[in-house]
Design a protein around this ligand. Structure first.
Ligand code: MN
Length: 309
């Protein structure tokens, strides 16, 4: 499965100095960035080579959902997997800047090769686009997350942030998350991911755009199909739990009941509640358009006293 393996010929894989070289260079070797590969959407039948798909998640490299996504997308492209070594759920768009990152090869449960990074989902995608594999990608797919990412979850989700990092890197991207109810059946999410991936590759996404996909906990035969949605509103039921550690010092844990949501018509909550797969278009331009119009009315002027300081 050579296509499943990291390309060892990438510029960053070369030895930092010739054999028998002397002292370490004052400038450490750099890995050359590899931006999005082609970026030209067209019918898959017209692609001259298989699409290159980067698969990641926030639940960690051992997640069954990650494996399900990789297996589903191998039907339409060549898949590279790099994901956090441990569960990084709800880390948002965390980028590791104050310590080094280690990336180790890790077999997935089906025996194929993947890579584990001891950082965040964003770190995984960054490493890929900054040259770790020695080439770019046509698509970033993040998931299948263990639990839906609906409405305000967007602001916490490492799954969605990984897709956003793909978008920032100039590559089309989507996130896919699975509702939890009893034993997880990944079949519907696998089909959903394949359909969405195919559509993105064939039709493309604009700059700053990505898709957030949420799948109900249903077998494929009971699902009502796709619904294009907007973000709804989460209702969090978090509580600050205080306990005592073995030395009698209080510690705190954010716990409480699982969140609910407002299933207003047209929202992602409403679609998933009705047994449909929500597809929500997301844009990285977070500007509040209404507030942008109101702000000029505010009294945003430097006070005269500021000039005297
Ligand atoms: Mn997660």
């Amino acid at each position: 499965m050579s296509s499943e393996r990291r390309d060892g010929a990438g510029p960053g894989r070369r030895s930092p100095e010739p054999a028998g070289g002397l002292a370490t260079s004052p400038h450490p070797p750099r890995v050359e960035p590899s931006r999005a590969r082609r970026g030209v959407a067209r019918p898959l039948a017209e692609w001259t080579s298989r699409p290159r798909i980067l698969v990641t998640n926030d639940d960690g490299v051992d997640s069954r959902g990650l494996l399900a996504l990789a297996q589903a997308l191998r039907r339409i492209g060549d898949v590279w997997v790099i994901a956090p070594e441990t569960n990084q759920s709800a880390v948002g768009h965390l980028k590791t800047m104050m310590r080094p990152l280690r990336i180790r090869e890790r077999r997935l449960h089906d025996g194929t090769a993947g890579w584990a990074i001891d950082g965040s989902p964003t770190d995984a995608v960054s490493a890929a686009f900054l040259g770790f594999f020695g080439h770019g990608f046509d698509l970033v797919a993040s998931g299948i997350n263990y639990g839906n990412n609906l409405g305000d979850d967007m602001t916490y989700s490492g799954t969605v942030a990984a897709a956003m990092e793909g978008t920032i890197s100039g590559c089309p991207a989507f996130a896919v998350s699975q509702a939890l109810e009893g034993d997880v059946d990944w079949r519907l999410a696998e089909v959903a991911a394949e359909v969405v991936a195919r559509n993105i590759l064939e039709r493309g996404l604009g700059p700053g755009e990505l898709l957030n996909v949420n799948v109900p906990a249903l077998p494929p035969e009971e699902c009502g199909g796709f619904e294009v949605t907007r973000l709804g509103q989460r209702v969090y039921l978090d509580e600050l739990i205080e306990r005592l550690d073995p030395r009698g010092v209080p510690y705190y844990w954010i716990g409480g009941q699982p969140p609910t949501g407002v299933a207003a018509p047209g929202t992602d909550f409403s679609a998933v509640e009705a047994g449909r797969i929500s597809v929500t278009p997301i844009h990285l331009d977070l500007t509040a358009k209404g507030l942008l119009r109101r702000l000029p009315e505010w009294d945003l002027a430097l006070p005269d006293s500021a000039r005297e300081r």
